[in-house]
Design a binder for this molecule. Structure first.
Ligand SMILES: Nc1ncnc2c1ncn2[C@@H]1O[C@H](COP(=O)(O)OP(=O)(O)OP(=O)(O)O)[C@@H](O)[C@H]1O
Length: 539
């Protein structure tokens, strides 16, 4: 963090005219590590970035916020050389950068990236992941394993990370894996004075209780004089960590200013461009109207003899620390994660083989926050992805797809779920991550399943879209649907769930209902600090 913070709030930024940066550029006497000036990027009719100017000061943590589709990833992709901008310039440490940015320039200049998908090799060790391709070698090019281990051990200690260099990465928690990714990124910055670390939604998939560990690591990095560009949807993070914040809305930079004196609510309103509206209120379901799904004695990768049920109109939350098994349940019920024991019945009928086609036939649907696991088909169109679950009702004689009917359905889903840019004919992969997520949930509402299974459904989704998803699930349940929602976003569970099961070591340790469900209680129970409650996971 910068040692002294200028006072003053967020101000409207005035667009900076495009000009070649001078060798040493300063603003208000403060040198910038990164100057982005007048950046514009168009994709066909979509202007992803429009004349964006953004300056990151030496040694500051600069948060970049914006709603889904506002242009954050496009900016990161220009910085990493993936896209060439249509207009604008970039200078790094006062030197103009040739565009598109080349990988050689990135390696030479001291810019490193950590993306949401960290890209670690799960079966390899922490040491191998951090140092791959950059091991220190001695005589005969032999790797100096002992020296490498010692060095890494020291770094792990400085980040307060209680893991060993030889531990396989697949045994680490989500936040520990992210910190290993950070260490790898830091190795790219070795030998550079200053430098810039770009964190692109690195905390999006982290459980709420593990984010603090990562933020502490980022704070440590900033004290070493490395500037950080922090891209996130979690609005508490800039408040904890950042010196300044910039906000993108619809491809335009609308604000840059100090974080000091701001609240989460201020930031939310600036991100969505309006006051945050109250979610649709839905009376909690205190009495279940018959079980839709009953699972008995489930054991699997982590799960140990878990029984649970969900009723018509009920939203059942599942939570716990990573490795507790709560997030295995949706995949196990859907047939994507193998079970070693247990039975599942839907509407009283036992499901024989648990596999996705069978689950779909029984009326189960799965939406995962990890779009690589259960996402849409990237190369298919937005329209094809949205209409996929409803094909049964869209086919006419000789199984022809009734295009006019499909068109109407897709149009109504785009409008109802505010999916942007909402062009039915473009590839699904061209939509921003958050808009893909809205589409993946929204498409099930056209031909509702009996049970909607979700895992971290709001991962990578902006604050306005979280509200929309909460409303969607509430409406679905009010209409008689059953929801099983695995999540570590305790606030979302407290807003939404009728009942929450907390998992520890593969078993249900606590059950909370109605008013008992608070973020504080769920956190305490996840850590085993709450007094045990009824653990009968059937109501
Ligand atoms: N390759 C592409 N082809 C066409 N349009 C694209 C492409 N990449 C991005 N876009 C569009 O550019 C706009 C900005 O997208 P971008 O991914 O930068 O948003 P974002 O702020 O990162 O969103 P999110 O928070 O959802 O990740 C969106 O309208 C998106 O649909």
């Amino acid at each position: 963090m910068t040692p002294t913070q200028p006072t003053g709030g967020l101000e409207e930024s005035s667009p900076t005219p495009i000009s070649a940066p001078s060798v040493i550029t300063t603003s208000g006497g403060v040198a910038h590590v990164l100057e982005v000036t007048g950046l514009t990027k168009r994709f066909g009719a979509t202007t992803a970035l429009s004349d964006v100017s953004l300056h990151v000061r030496h040694g500051e943590v600069h948060a970049l916020l914006g709603h889904n589709g506002s242009g954050k990833s496009t900016l990161v992709k220009i910085l990493s050389g993936y896209h060439r901008p249509d207009a604008g310039s970039i200078s790094f440490k006062g030197q103009p950068v040739q565009l598109p940015v080349s990988s050689a320039h990135l390696a030479e200049s001291g810019i490193a990236f950590l993306h949401q998908d960290i890209g670690l090799v799960p079966s390899a060790s922490v040491l191998e992941n951090v140092r791959i391709g950059r091991f220190e070698t001695g005589v005969g090019r032999r790797i100096k394993w002992k020296a490498e281990r010692e060095r890494l051990r020291e770094q792990l200690r400085s980040f307060d990370l209680k893991v060993e260099p030889d531990d396989p990465v697949n045994r680490l928690s989500a936040s520990q894996r992210t910190i290993v990714g950070l260490l790898r990124a830091l190795h790219n910055l070795e030998g550079h004075t200053g430098g810039l670390l770009v964190l692109d939604e690195a905390t999006a998939a982290l459980p709420a209780h593990e984010t603090e560990e990562l933020l502490a690591a980022v704070r440590e990095i900033a004290t070493r004089g490395i500037s950080v560009l922090l891209i996130t949807h979690h609005l508490n993070e800039p408040l904890i960590l950042a010196d300044r914040v910039s906000i993108l809305r619809d491809g335009k930079l609308v604000m840059t200013g100090d974080v000091a004196g701001r609240t989460e609510r201020d930031l939310a309103e600036m991100v969505i461009g309006r006051e945050r509206r109250a979610p649709i209120s839905r009376p909690p379901t205190t009495t279940k109207h018959g079980d839709v799904l009953v699972a008995q004695g489930l054991s699997g990768r982590i799960l140990r003899d878990v029984s649970l049920s969900v009723g018509r109109g009920e939203i059942l939350g599942l939570t716990g620390l990573s490795g507790s098994g709560h997030d295995e349940v949706p995949y196990a019920l859907y047939g994507m994660s193998p079970l070693t024991a247990g039975t599942v019945s839907v509407e009283g009928e036992r499901v024989g083989a648990l596999n996705p086609p069978q689950s779909i036939r029984r009326g189960l649907a799965l939406v995962s926050g990890d779009r690589a696991v259960a996402g849409g088909v990237p190369a298919a169109t937005v329209s094809e992805n949205l209409s996929a679950p409803s094909l049964g009702s869209l086919t006419g004689p000789a199984r022809w797809i009734l295009r006019a009917k499909e068109h109407t359905l897709v149009g109504s889903l785009i409008e109802r779920f505010n999916i942007k840019p909402g062009i039915p004919g473009v590839a699904f992969s061209t939509m921003s991550g958050g808009n893909q997520q809205k589409a993946l949930i929204g498409r099930w509402m056209a031909s509702p399943p009996k049970v909607l299974l979700l895992d971290e459904a709001t991962s990578g989704v902006d604050i306005g879209a979280v509200d929309e998803i909460v409303d969607t699930l509430g409406t679905f349940a009010s209409g008689g649907g059953a929801v099983i929602l695995a999540s570590t976003q305790y606030e979302d569970l407290a807003r939404l769930a009728d009942r929450v099961l907390v998992f520890r070591d593969g078993r249900v340790s606590h059950q909370f209902r109605g008013d008992e469900i608070t973020a504080h209680e769920l956190l305490a129970a996840s850590y085993g600090e709450a007094p045990p409650r009824s653990t009968t996971a059937h109501s």
